[in-house]
Ligand binder design. Sequence first.
Ligand code: ASP
Length: 307
Amino acid sequence: MKTALALHGGAGTILQSSMTPELQAQYESGLQQALQAGYSVLEKGGSALDAVEAAVFSLEDFPMFNAGRGSVFNHDGKHEMDASIMNGANLTAGAVCGISGVRNPIALARLVMEKSEHVLLSGKGAEAFAQLHSVAFEPEAYFYNELRHQQWKDAVAEDKIILDHSEKKFGTVGAVALDAKGNLAAATSTGGMTNKKFGRVGDSPIIGAGTYANNDTCAVSCTGHGELFIRSVVAYDISCLMAYKGYNLEQACQEVVHEKLIKIGGEGGLVAIDKYGNICMPFNSPGMYRACKDSNGLEAVKIYPDV
Ligand code: ASP
């Protein structure tokens, strides 16, 4: 039985014109490490769920992606993170939003799925749940990053809310996988938008919007302008087009990312995998940090569009 994994480090890449070979190598090494962390789980016969958690865990620990350690600053100069995970085998899901100090939000989302009767926990309550389950916390210094701090100062000065990096950019991490038993899973984690206010939450922790998995169709993890992705129920729409219209994964991704989202100005992309292990990584932004690997020998790490 085929196994496969795809992941992303956000659709808000540094524009190709501003990218240096050194920076590119650093981003690619972060993607490669996460690919290894996730795919080695599948190689050892592990579950899709464990594989996506391991891949996202690795991306959260890598300071250049906007999730976990590399999360952007909110309006108050703090970090508020969102994450979600879904098991396509039984449609169980767990998510957290607006949490601070948790080292790996994806691990907490999984605990919500497995150790609570809820799907989505927010803020202080989610942090109390984390403490109850001895989840690792880190001091603010762990999440401090010079580049992110500068972006935040610029955003506050201009009273702008920005989606990672400096221009109109996005950042989030996510992974999807198919294991040898035919199970699909998806996971997504983010620091959200720089200078976000009022407890803003994007699509990443919203099951059906930023994350979805169903063994009958596909697993999807999104990145992009969260408000538009929520309004388009992007991840579930891909699954629905396959279930109700008989689309294949590629047709569903094409319609949602390159037609429906474009129509409402929804910039971003996603990684998706179907029950046969086909992988799609579409985006309508200038680039998307992404990588994939399968048991047929496919392996790729990319940032910009294929030419
Ligand atoms: N979708 C995320 C959010 O809106 C951001 C991103 O993917 O860059 O919070």
